[in-house]
Design a protein around this ligand. Structure first.
Ligand SMILES: [Zn+2]
Length: 526
């Protein structure tokens, strides 16, 4: 996702990570959400059919669902059945407990059907777009799906999903997956059914209902690419979103086959700049300008289809596996078209953001002290995550690094991964032990803070170069030094490990030394 921080700031989410502990009893296999929306109220009428595999013997199960609050918003459950038999249930503030008549056994699979209704407090944005037209847009990230959908609202539990939406006939409905039915019903209503067979986290399942203009932007390796924009933006939107075929083609070649059956780029009311819903990306309504300015945003969200959507972090703390990856492979995309200088300039501005953020937030990328999921959308997850990949690439070399990305994608396809899974893959392809690399850049706060100076050597005809690490703890890294003088112009690669590293260079004349001329190290210079 690419977020608009201003919007985030006013968005009052205060969820703690352990508020939704892992559901040890259930693994959702499939959701079908049948939802009826209308024009006279913001109430939705829902039926969720949830196929579940039981993981431990149990006589009850808990699903995430926000109940009705004093505000009048939230969901009221009216009936729950299990394999066609009504069962008892209880709603709590943010959960639905379903009780079974008999104890269920490990490995049983069952289908729970939940009938419910209510006005969503969040997660489904029912509002008017900038042209004054009523729209409905799901907006689940990070765990806002359970504001209106009974589910296990955590990225580790992935499932396939169907959305069956009944809406007034004037709406076009877009959703995760492929279109399997669009039928006119009585009373000028329309039923639209989309089905996604791939395993998705709830954060990237989606549907939207609005008056749309829809046009093909092309086909990339048999994947149709569609632009869905507000009819008032038909010309500008089709132009801006048509660029999507380029990153789709590039990432398919770089990483591996695109994981979904279609790509829809959708103008929407997401609170973010863009939200990487699987196969059905939502962009803010102002992303359309007609000036072709959205390429970076579109490339970022498309990159998420591989990293974040198909390979999903198993735990929120590892969200850099989504955001750092999307940020860095987008830089690779621009590098491939514009060259090395573009990548250098991207990494320089990313470094500035990381260092600035660190001044006020001295925390590691994997920060287990965070209690607000929205706080994960920070420069550590995006820019520092991108820097970790950039340095890994420099350490391992381009071909091994890319091989690692491809293997990581292939191994955790449609599944979940943690940072250690990435490390294992990178160690496997490189034959290297990367324990120190991963520990210091991801689990340790900060980065090298270096004082670098040189003086005339004690031995005649030499100079001594000193590199002092000011921060604690010390890091291990290679630092490139550009050494320039009358008769010299070369880059030396210095292994730095200790507090003070000294190298002696046989040189009589004075030189100018520039650290990291090719922008390959995340560090701060004193
Ligand atoms: Zn992102």
């Amino acid at each position: 996702m690419l977020c608009l921080f201003l919007l985030i700031k006013i968005f009052p989410v205060t969820y703690a990570f352990d508020r939704y502990p892992r559901n040890i009893n259930a693994d959702v296999i499939h959701y079908e959400f049948d939802l009826a929306i209308n024009d006279s109220t913001d109430r939705i009428d829902g039926r969720a059919s949830i196929k579940i595999k039981i993981l431990n013997d149990t006589d009850s199960l808990s699903l995430d669902l926000i109940g009705r609050k004093n505000t009048g918003k939230g969901m009221i459950v009216t009936n729950v059945s299990l394999n066609d038999q009504n069962v008892k249930w209880k709603q709590k503030e943010e959960s639905l407990i379903v009780f079974f008549n008999n104890q269920l056994r490990e490995r049983d699979t069952l289908e729970i059907i939940v009938d419910y209704n209510g006005i969503p407090s969040d997660g489904l944005i029912i509002s008017k777009n900038k042209y004054g037209n009523r729209t409905f847009f799901a907006d689940h990230w990070p765990d806002r799906a359970h504001c209106y959908l009974p589910c296990i609202d955590h990225p580790y539990d992935k499932a396939s999903v169907d959305f069956v939406i009944t809406a007034p006939g004037r709406y076009k409905i877009v959703a995760s997956g492929i279109l399997v039915e669009e039928s006119d019903l009585a009373d000028n209503k329309k039923l639209t059914h989309w089905s996604e067979a791939a395993q998705l986290a709830t954060k990237v399942m989606t549907f939207g209902a609005a008056e749309f203009a829809v046009r093909s932007a092309g086909i990339v390796s048999n994947v149709p690419v569609w632009s869905w924009v507000f009819p008032e933006n038909r010309k500008e939107g089709f132009y801006d979103y048509s660029v999507a075929v380029r990153p789709l083609e590039y990432f398919s070649k770089l990483i591996g086959p695109y994981p979904y059956k279609k790509l829809a780029d959708v103008q929407s009311k997401t609170i973010y700049g863009g939200l990487e819903n699987a196969g059905t990306i939502f962009y803010s309504e102002n992303s359309v300008t007609g000036l072709g300015k959205a390429e970076g945003l579109i490339a970022h969200e498309i990159a998420h289809q591989w990293f974040g959507d198909c390979v999903t972090e198993n735990d929120w703390y590892h969200v850099w596996l989504s955001e750092g990856f999307a940020t860095y492979v987008t830089s690779l995309y621009f590098e491939s078209f514009e060259g090395k200088e573009r990548l250098k300039s991207d990494m320089e501005s990313a470094r500035t953001r990381v260092l600035k953020y660190y001044e006020k937030n001295p925390e590691p990328v994997i920060d287990t002290t965070l209690t607000n999921l929205m706080d994960l959308l920070n420069p550590n997850s995006y820019q520092k995550g991108a820097w970790v990949l950039h340095m890994l690439r420099h350490d391992l070399g381009d071909s091994i690094f890319i091989k690692g990305l491809q293997l990581y994608y292939d191994r955790f396809y449609n599944s979940n991964a943690l940072t250690e899974d990435l490390r294992n893959v990178m160690e496997e392809v490189s034959g290297r032990n990367l324990e120190i690399f991963f520990r210091q850049w991801l689990y340790t706060k900060g980065q090298p803070e270096l004082r670098i100076w040189h003086e005339k050597g004690k031995k005649k005809g030499t100079i001594e170069v000193y590199i002092e690490q000011k921060q604690v703890p010390l890091f291990e890294f290679n630092l490139e030094l550009l050494i320039k003088g009358n008769s010299i112009d070369r880059i030396d690669n210095v292994a730095v490990k200790k507090k003070i590293t000294k190298i002696v260079i046989p040189l009589a004349a004075d030189v100018v030394i520039t650290p990291d001329p090719n922008v390959n190290l995340l560090f701060k210079q004193y």
